[in-house]
Design a protein around this ligand. Structure first.
Ligand code: FE2
Length: 290
């Protein structure tokens, strides 16, 4: 699932060549990164590592360590893939930007995570709408070293291909959004972040756990498939899983009954709280624009 609206590509960039393969893969061109780009990665990494040390899920932090994703520069996908494939059989493949949904799902279904290679410009240091290599690698790749989460991602890819055939992609996309991108997990130490969209954002790393504004509700597949999301601001609702096993087990069965049920159930606005929800915190609902 592509989760950010498409951005405009303007300047020539070795990490965004005009020619791509049929599966949209390119080479990372790691040697082409400039010292300034590696330094930008280092500063992004150090800022997030500090914020996340007591906010991110332990499995995310363990994944950073296991894959040696660190402050020393933009990772070389070849090195990263050696370690990642040993652990879970996954590979990172370089893509120039957003790719068509069918291509994206096919990569996931075959344990390939499509990652951008370009890094945001300096004037985008605090916010970039489209995914860049910091979002994709720092945000997404650490949990691909976790076997259960990695299996979930693969199953999601298979589910995406099916949703394309069924015409239910709008619903399925919400699952990716509220878990892979913006998910929280309950731990003995309290709520922690595992969603890539949060961990790669300084502001939302704090907001998602500490703000009184958003709702934090228990994960429920059908409920979540009904819930619209916002792409232009921090989330109004975060869904909390108990474990990656819960996530995998709940999403493994055929979604056809969910899709059938959704034909008669109304869609829910992002800030809605239902009587049937398991409420961790009910937000004030005064989500300001960021
Ligand atoms: Fe993402």
């Amino acid at each position: 699932m592509q989760t950010q609206p498409e951005g405009g590509f303007t300047a020539p960039n070795p990490h965004r060549p005009a020619e791509t393969a049929a599966d949209f893969t390119i080479t990372q061109a790691w040697d082409a990164y400039t010292p300034e780009e590696h330094d930008r990665w280092r500063r992004l990494f150090e800022r997030q590592a500090e914020i996340l040390k007591d906010r991110a899920a332990p499995e995310f932090l363990a994944g950073l360590d296991a894959l040696a994703i660190a402050a020393d520069g933009i990772p070389d996908f070849r090195r990263l893939n050696d370690e990642l494939s040993r652990r879970t059989g996954w590979q990172i493949v370089a893509v120039p930007g957003l790719v068509p949904e069918a291509i994206f799902f096919d990569h996931l279904a075959h344990k390939r995570f499509p990652s951008t290679c370009f890094i945001r410009r300096e004037d985008q240091f605090d916010y970039i709408q489209e995914p860049d290599v910091f979002h994709d690698v720092f945000g997404h790749v650490p949990l691909l070293s976790n076997p259960v989460f990695a299996d979930y991602m693969q199953a999601y890819g298979e589910g995406g291909l099916k949703a394309l055939r069924l015409g239910t992609l709008d619903q399925l996309a919400r699952l990716y959004w509220y878990t892979v991108e913006f998910g929280l997990i309950q731990t003995p130490q309290g709520l922690r972040i595992y969603g890539a969209g949060i961990v790669s954002s300084e502001g939302e790393s704090r907001f998602s756990l500490e703000s009184a504004e958003p709702n934090r509700l228990g994960f429920d597949v059908r409920r979540l498939l009904r819930t619209r999301y916002r792409i232009d601001d921090f989330q109004e609702t975060y869904f909390v899983i108990d474990s990656y096993r819960q996530l995998f087990d709940a999403t493994l069965p055929d979604f056809t009954p969910h899709y059938e049920a959704l034909k008669t159930l109304p869609e829910l606005e992002p800030g809605t709280v239902l009587d049937s929800d398991r409420v961790f915190t009910r937000g004030t609902g005064r989500v300001k624009r960021h």
